[in-house]
Design a protein. Structure first.
Length: 185
């Protein structure tokens, strides 16, 4: 007898990288994102938005997070999901740099402007931020996509669960939208 499959399409691509949570690793996370999205042949505008969002989220993870950070990219039909998680032992808080307010504190605001949805999960074990960006429309939808749409603010969800995890398989599963098919182990 066949397995029941969800009506939701499976992700077309999924890529993950784990890095030490350091400001010097933010550039590496951006390069990883750019390389993966280029390989997935996403339009330049989508790549630039995703690279900017990942850069802001990993900068936050490096500044306020734990010893490690994970970046997960998941491409579904019409949607690119970005997940950045920090986890591990809490580091000693850093002293803020002497700089003006225009130079700091804009990361989540920038991601909010780029994303259609932002979800933040925060527990004692770390923080996970998930952001959804529109991906290239299917060729049949090109005419509809060409019509300008009114800008909508991103939907925000703040939860205490699920807890961030160092397990890449669990993080990958958490990045999938509810109803997406799971991969049986």
């Amino acid at each position: 007898m066949g397995r029941h499959r969800s009506a939701s399409p499976a992700p077309r691509g999924c890529a993950l990288v784990e890095l030490p949570a350091g400001r010097d690793r933010v550039r590496e996370a951006r390069r990883f994102t750019a390389a993966v999205l280029t390989r997935w042949r996403l339009p330049e505008e989508t790549r630039e938005c995703a690279v900017l969002a990942v850069g802001e989220l990993t900068a936050n993870a490096a500044q306020y997070g734990r010893s490690e950070m994970t970046v997960l990219l998941s491409l579904g039909t019409g949607e690119l999901r970005l997940v950045v998680a920090d986890h591990g032992d809490l580091r000693v808080p850093r002293q803020p740099r002497a700089c003006g307010p225009e130079e700091r504190g804009r990361g989540l605001g920038i991601v909010d402007c780029l994303a259609t949805r932002v979800e933040i999960s925060d527990t004692g074990a770390g923080r996970t931020v998930r952001a959804s960006l529109p991906a290239a429309p299917a060729p049949a939808d090109t005419a509809a996509a060409a019509a300008p749409a009114a800008a909508q603010p991103a939907e925000h969800i703040l939860t205490g669960d699920p807890a961030p995890t160092a397990d890449p398989a669990q993080l990958a599963q958490a990045a999938l939208a509810p109803g997406d098919p799971t991969v049986a182990a």
